[in-house]
Ligand binder design. Structure first.
Ligand SMILES: Nc1nc2c(ncn2[C@@H]2O[C@H](COP(=O)(O)OP(=O)(O)OP(=O)(O)O)[C@@H](O)[C@H]2O)c(=O)[nH]1
Ligand SMILES: [Mg+2]
Length: 296
């Protein structure tokens, strides 16, 4: 249950990008509807070959608060969100949210994000890594990569957030109006970090609320492994640009933090065979940073 007034919820747009999410589409929209009846939903479909776009049109025919934006072809997650934001900003929506179609972002927790906006936040991030947040059904290597990636990002940028890569978000419209969409990083999924970092640097009120992130059960992931390296290289550049000396120091601590985290997470036994992978990760990070620091 939420304490947000129905007329405020009617000004809230939940943007759900889809690419081949035929099985997930009715599940996710049904859950949003059940959790928060008054919010509007925008499906942004990139001409999914499996017919998700058509199925979305059918849902829209029965639900006046469900809208569909069709794009020509697979244009990536950032492009889909930007198109969704533009669509929402052209209308009278006051709060615009990002939610994956695959069930990783629980609609039942959306009210937690929206309530924080009500309390004055400009951007609320559903975080896996603040106390109370968690991941369910994630393989250990994915957990490690995401956690270490976030520790690295937080050290490099000093933005004070625990989960800057998270994609479950609510934005007050003024923040989206401030952001220059053309200028955002297009490398991998790093635009999520870029957006949060820009918001913080510009003095906006950015908060995290704990969420439970559940790995997708149906359909296929569109994630491509190469994004990790590209993304972290980009973050390193931003960090070095702002705070060269700190980044140098922090990165030296990174290995120690990583070790401690593995203990905290009680992943010691599971990590056993993944040692090479971890060593590779730390090595990769160090190389990236050295490269950036030595550039000038
Ligand atoms: N419109 C559109 N949606 C996309 C595109 N790529 C991914 N999506 C959607 O964006 C959301 C997140 O994509 P996922 O494939 O789940 O990526 P992920 O959550 O980072 O990866 P997993 O953890 O493996 O699920 C899903 O709802 C996808 O259908 C795209 O190019 N266009
Ligand atoms: Mg997913």
């Amino acid at each position: 249950m939420t304490t947000i007034a129905p007329e405020r919820l009617e000004k809230t747009l939940v943007i759900i990008p889809t690419y081949n999410e035929l099985e997930n589409l009715p599940l996710i929209t049904g859950r949003v509807r059940k959790a928060l009846q008054q919010v509007h939903i925008l499906i942004v479909d990139d001409n999914s070959p499996d017919g998700t776009g058509k199925a979305a049109d059918q849902l829209a025919a029965e639900d006046a608060r469900l809208h569909v934006l069709h794009r020509e072809g697979k244009g990536g997650l950032l492009g889909a969100y930007l198109a969704g934001f533009e669509w929402g900003l052209e209308r009278d929506y006051q709060v615009l949210c990002e939610m994956d179609a695959d069930g990783s972002h629980a609609p039942e927790e959306l009210h937690l994000l929206l309530e924080e906006i009500e309390k004055g936040a400009d951007l609320v991030i559903g975080s896996r890594y603040v106390p109370g947040g968690k991941t369910v059904n994630w393989p250990v290597n994915r957990q490690l990569l995401s956690r270490l990636g976030n520790v690295y990002i937080s050290m490099a940028l000093g933005a004070g957030l625990s989960d800057m890569t998270a994609g479950y978000r609510a934005f007050r419209r003024e923040l989206l109006e401030f952001l220059d969409f053309d200028d955002l990083s297009r490398k991998g999924y790093i635009f999520q970090v870029d957006v949060a970092n820009r918001a913080i640097r510009a003095g906006y009120d950015v908060r995290e609320v704990p969420i439970t992130f559940t790995e997708r059960e149906l359909g296929e992931s569109k994630l491509d492994g190469s994004f990790v390296k590209d993304s972290l290289a980009e973050v390193t550049k931003w960090g070095v640009a702002h705070r060269r000396d700190q980044v140098e120091g922090y990165v030296n601590d990174f290995g120690a933090v990583g070790k401690r985290m593995i203990q905290d997470l009680d992943l010691g036994t599971k990590v056993g065979k993944k040692k090479d992978y971890l060593v590779g990760f730390f090595g990769e990070m160090r190389k990236l940073v050295e490269h950036e620091l030595n550039k000038k």
